[in-house]
Design a binder for this molecule. Structure first.
Ligand SMILES: NC(=O)c1ccc[n+]([C@@H]2O[C@H](COP(=O)([O-])OP(=O)(O)OC[C@H]3O[C@@H](n4cnc5c(N)ncnc54)[C@H](OP(=O)(O)O)[C@@H]3O)[C@@H](O)[C@H]2O)c1
Length: 213
């Protein structure tokens, strides 16, 4: 599969390496290709390009940019390159203001998530929220004594979620589908919860798991 990753940060680099490891062709997209020269020297199988080039290349796309820039990056990617594609949305709407006692601030509300804004602006894109509520160091085949952790996903397109579920299985996760795009109102704030032990006690290695009877 050709995977286009929009982003040059830790999430883009980690998932890029993960998709390469699992045999996919990968291009990372950025406004500043020089940022990725060192990373590419360690991952010679990957290509680097603009956001538009990454979007055009990918059969599946990963959106891994700062939440505040997500709408702009999709504009730079271009609606023609995005149309109809599955986009794994890893973004969180983290506000510029600092956390309060370890609790991040968001620029969205509990009645409107970032993914809903992205979906509204790009109605023919098949967004699936994924990978937003775990640190990048544990995104690819994490090892936990308690077994596979749970990845919460949502999105409006059932086939897109099924295909993302297959990728998550490859990446060592069990998937919990929480329904349509509105569920991002609940999934995005899991990032706030996940980060609290990090800010308070420098604990950044946990992951969520849902237990069933
Ligand atoms: N870090 C984690 O462990 C983690 C875990 C889960 C979810 N997330 C979420 O995943 C996303 C990516 O996180 P990250 O830590 O890898 O990177 P990040 O530092 O949040 O974002 C870096 C990316 O954002 C783009 N960007 C920033 N400002 C921009 C602007 N004004 N216009 C266009 N693009 C802009 C950069 O573009 P250029 O490449 O052009 O510089 C770069 O690709 C975030 O939404 C974050 O909340 C992060």
């Amino acid at each position: 599969m050709n995977v286009g990753i929009l982003g040059s940060g830790d999430v883009a680099k980690t998932l890029g390496a993960g998709f390469l490891k699992h045999g996919h062709a990968v291009i990372l997209g950025t406004r500043a290709v020089e940022k990725l020269v060192k990373w590419q020297s360690k991952h010679p199988g990957a290509k680097i390009g603009s956001f538009a080039e990454a979007a055009a290349f990918g059969e599946v796309l990963v959106l891994a940019v700062k939440g505040e820039a997500a709408l702009d990056v999709l504009r730079l990617a271009g609606s023609r390159a995005l149309a109809g594609k599955v986009v794994l949305d890893t973004t969180n709407p983290i506000a510029a203001a600092p956390p309060v006692n370890g609790v991040l601030k968001f620029f969205t509300s509990l009645d409107e998530s970032l993914m809903e804004r992205l979906q509204m602006a790009n109605p023919d894109v098949r967004f699936v929220k994924a990978f937003n509520s775990v640190g990048n160091a544990r995104m690819v085949n994490p090892q936990y004594a308690g077994g596979r952790p749970t990845m919460f996903i949502c999105g409006n397109d059932a086939a897109a979620k099924q295909s993302v579920g297959g990728m998550l299985d490859q990446f060592g996760w069990e998937t919990l589908d929480l329904g349509s795009v509105e569920a991002a109102r609940a999934i995005e704030p899991l990032c706030i919860l996940w980060c609290i032990p990090g800010f308070l006690r420098n604990e950044w290695t946990h992951a969520f798991k849902v237990l069933h009877t």
